[in-house]
Design a binder for this molecule. Structure first.
Ligand code: C2E
Ligand code: MG
Ligand code: MG
Ligand code: MG
Length: 291
């Protein structure tokens, strides 16, 4: 019986794997057309500043409305785009939509919470293999008359530890052009502290996995507290991701996070909705903490 079970288990496993890889292949083909066929959208999620209670930043998040499958998660298709190389065109397009949105927002409100509003764009490691992207981005920012600080580039720990060539030089180029750098999903990767001092980083984003149970789990709270203390000593500001409850918000504010992002404030929304969101509330204010 054990043998039979093993055999069944095995055949089930391969069938499953086959379906998965066929699925991937279909998606990879469809993705090549998705940008040209206007199936991709950039949504924006507000980020609130603890000190002022204002929405001062936002993160650009890709959405794919597939004609047959409906919404496909970026967690599913971004790795495919990386693999087949589409990520360069898609990533440049996400940047462009984000820069145009930042321009409209900062034309409405040149300063929110004391700074120009900024929008952060996620960057895949593969995009870094083309070294000249930051020159093109900087040129575009100039062309539309945007302040360079209005673009934040989000990278992950994996990139910093990869063997991609001259990451430091490329990040310094971005910085020299005036753009800012955020380290995304902090705490989920290797969290080698040495790279925080080696690479030019303006923001650390505490991953949602540490935020989720922070009101019940003393260890998660200690981790968040330690991350914030370390970041501040290095002159880095902290954003907490995935803030869903007031209890989480209060703890994160009390340990010194400067910025909060999550469903408690707003979910990611399409371009027109986001523009209405920031314009209809002349000085968008959200309750940040009950301290
Ligand atoms: P990420 O950069 O860590 O983005 C944050 C994710 O957390 C987003 O998922 C966002 O919708 C979700 N989120 C925000 N607040 C909450 C909350 O309170 N609760 C919960 N449960 N989730 C929250 P999303 O949009 O599905 O994106 C997933 C990942 O896909 C992103 O993680 C990022 O790694 C990648 N991605 C998205 N857009 C792009 C892009 O334009 N380029 C690249 N290279 N990657 C992207
Ligand atoms: Mg991100
Ligand atoms: Mg993140
Ligand atoms: Mg994350």
């Amino acid at each position: 019986a054990a043998k039979e079970q093993g055999r069944n288990g095995f055949s089930f496993f391969t069938r499953e794997m086959q379906t998965q890889s066929q699925n991937r292949l279909h998606l990879a083909n469809d993705l090549r057309e998705a940008l040209a066929n206007n199936q991709l959208q950039v949504w924006f999620q507000p980020i609130a500043e603890v000190a002022t209670g204002e929405v001062v930043k936002a993160e650009a998040l890709l959405r794919w409305v597939h004609p047959d499958r409906g919404m496909v998660s970026p967690a599913q298709f971004v790795p495919i785009a990386e693999e087949n190389g589409c990520i360069h065109d898609i990533g440049n397009w996400v940047f462009q939509r984000s820069a145009l949105m930042a321009k409209q927002w900062s034309d409405l409100f040149p300063s929110v919470g004391g700074d120009a509003p900024s929008i952060s764009v996620n960057l895949s490691p593969r995009q870094f293999t083309r070294g000249d992207f930051s020159d093109h981005w900087a040129a575009y920012i100039n062309e539309i008359g945007l302040q360079t600080e209005s673009i934040v580039v989000e990278i992950t720990e994996g990139l910093l530890l990869s063997d991609a060539s001259d990451i430091l030089g490329k990040l310094e180029n971005l910085r020299a052009a005036g753009m800012q750098v955020a380290l995304d999903d902090f705490g989920t990767g290797y969290s080698a502290m040495a790279y925080l001092k080696k690479f030019p980083i303006d923001y650390l984003k505490i991953d949602r996995s540490f935020v989720r149970d922070i009101d019940a789990d003393a260890n998660d709270r200690a981790i968040a507290e330690a991350i914030v203390a370390m970041a501040h000593k290095l002159g880095i500001k902290v954003v907490a991701e995935g803030v869903e409850t007031e209890a989480q918000r209060d703890i994160l504010a009390s340990v010194g996070c400067e910025y909060l992002q999550g469903y408690l404030y707003a979910k990611p929304m399409p371009e027109d909705e986001f523009l209405a969101y920031v314009s209809h509330r002349a000085a968008p204010r959200v309750k940040v903490a009950s301290l």
